[in-house]
Design a protein around this ligand. Structure first.
Ligand code: ZN
Length: 534
């Protein structure tokens, strides 16, 4: 894989072959087998979202349930526990704090303890009720009928609360913990609700000011250049051109069409991207594709495959992504910091005239830059612009935290939702379909997931400032379509470490600072100044 080739083979922190400990070797082998099973299950999901005929859904659910049970059984096998214990007693493996084997074993322990805290019966119940609840959610959303979904959300909240209780609440550096932390820990290890609140509260105030300034500005920004119709087949071809320029290795990945775009890093040499097309506003698909390819580059850059003398680490924590926040930082960086920049449009503008439509030629780089950086408060998170997006996330964080703590009843969600949309974004939510029923997450118990979207934006902005310092002519390169130096920087500084560091530690290591909202605010203010003159 090209992603792996970027990391120098002699680098001192390149993962090295496993030491000659038989427990460690057996452990790595067992985990590789478990991940192989997991990859089969992911492939079933990918197929379900892309090519499976509708009548296949029944047997697919059975196949998925069977795979989930098999994977859980393997992940929690007592043999894995024994082997981890043996490795933890072996000084050659864990004696040097921060070494790769020590980090690998630390993370294996973390995974094992989390998995074994959940009774198999609860895992099965979460999967079963989650899948039913998701079906009800689809219908309820269509009809904009929250009352129809509410009893299922009650059930999912009860199961999710039970899951959090099984994980247990630990006090952290910020004081006593809360149930929410236990769930957040699945997606963003080491993060707490209090820490998120401390970051989000000032961010919300600053974003509110920025949105108000833009709202008061007299500047009129035209988005006419995005209304030119483009055939989906041409968009698909153009998407390939862009992701290849980004360095996404199509010998080790694919781009397909789906309803809800995602990226699936199945196994070594196989990363699947999906996107969706509309005739108008081709940038929705373009940015969707760049977003997923950002996730895909991370997956391809993880040391899963054998490279030269170094064995592939597939199945081991060192070959996996640190957290959802860091994963999202990779996708948002390519989508927003690269894709919505003037420099990108300098490169892409002549290309869209050539490959997509001659009609684009009557517009200029400035038109595309402005049109793709408008700030307009709206109801729908996935369609929100960069300036307002994080407000949508904060509303969900506040509500789900209150739900889990028992401070908010399910029946009161629509009212609280709409009130916050009025307060934070100044919009009146017209109905629950475009309000609290818009996202799928809560229907299958994904509580604690939303904040990672904003964390991703914050990490992306902070990494971006460091990258600008370390690759001084980066913008010039982007304007020529030379995107590989950025990809290689990400390979070297972020991807190849896998889960060696916690997200907070990686952030400090890479940027020299703790995570802060300031870089994102600087980025958004700079764009608002360029587009709206505020
Ligand atoms: Zn994403």
């Amino acid at each position: 894989m090209t992603a792996l080739a970027a990391a120098p083979a002699t680098s001192p922190s390149t993962p090295s072959p496993a030491p000659a400990s038989s427990a460690y070797a057996e452990l790595c082998e067992l985990l590789r087998n478990t991940s192989t099973l997991g990859a089969v299950s992911q492939l079933l999901s990918w197929d379900q979202e892309t090519y499976m005929p509708p009548l296949g859904a029944g047997t697919r659910a059975e196949q998925q349930a069977m795979m989930a049970a098999l994977v859980h059984e393997r992940r929690t096998s007592p043999r894995i526990g024994e082997l981890i214990g043996a490795c933890e007693r072996d000084d050659a493996l864990v004696g040097k704090a921060g070494s790769e084997t020590a980090a690998n074993i630390r993370e294996m322990r973390r995974d094992y303890d989390l998995a074994t805290k959940l009774p198999g019966e609860l895992v099965a119940e979460l999967a079963r009720v989650g899948s039913q609840s998701q079906e009800v959610w689809k219908k309820a959303r269509e009809k904009s009928d929250f009352a129809m979904f509410a009893p299922w959300l009650e059930k999912m909240m009860a199961l999710t609360r039970r899951k959090a209780e099984c994980y247990g609440v630990k006090a952290g550096p910020d004081g006593p913990g809360e149930l929410y932390d236990a769930l957040l820990n699945e997606y963003e290890p080491g993060m707490t609700a209090k820490r998120i609140e401390a970051i989000f509260t000032p961010l919300r105030a600053s974003l509110g000011e920025l949105i108000a300034q833009v709202g008061a500005s007299k500047a009129k920004v035209s988005t006419k250049c995005l209304q030119v119709k483009v055939e989906p087949a041409d968009q698909h071809e153009f998407g390939h051109l862009v992701i290849e320029a980004m360095g996404f290795d199509l010998r080790a990945g694919r781009l397909d069409v789906t309803t809800h775009p995602f990226c699936s890093g199945l196994s070594p040499g196989d990363t699947r991207l999906t996107t969706r097309y509309r005739d108008e506003k081709f940038t929705d698909a373009l940015y969707g594709t760049m977003h997923e390819a950002g996730h895909g580059l991370y997956e391809q850059g993880l040391p899963k495959m054998a490279q030269g003398k170094r064995p592939g680490l597939f199945g081991q924590p060192l070959s996996e992504a640190i957290s959802l926040g860091i994963h999202e930082s990779q996708s948002r960086m390519w989508e927003n910091f690269v894709g919505r920049s003037k420099h990108f449009w300098k490169w892409a503008h002549p290309l869209i005239g050539k490959h997509l439509s001659r009609k684009f030629e009557k517009y200029g780089v400035k038109d595309f830059y402005a049109a793709t950086n408008t700030v307009t408060p709206s109801f729908i998170r996935v369609e929100a612009d960069e300036g307002t997006y994080n407000m949508h996330v904060m509303i969900r964080f506040e509500l789900e935290r209150a739900l889990l703590a028992g401070q908010l009843a399910v029946k009161d969600i629509p009212g609280e939702w709409n009130k916050r949309y009025k307060d934070y974004l100044g919009v009146k939510v017209p109905d629950d379909r475009r309000g609290c029923l818009q996202d799928v997450h809560w229907s299958f118990g994904l509580i604690g997931y939303f904040p990672t979207y904003t964390l991703g934006n914050l990490y992306a902005a902070q990494f971006w400032e460091t990258i600008q310092e370390q690759i001084p002519d980066l913008n010039k390169q982007i304007s020529k379509g030379k995107l590989l130096p950025l990809k290689e920087w990400l390979n070297e500084n972020i991807h190849r470490h896998g889960r060696r560091y916690l997200a907070a530690d990686l952030c400090k290591r890479v940027t020299g600072k703790e995570l802060s909202a300031e870089p994102l605010l600087r980025h958004l203010r700079e764009k608002a100044a360029a587009v709206y003159g505020v």
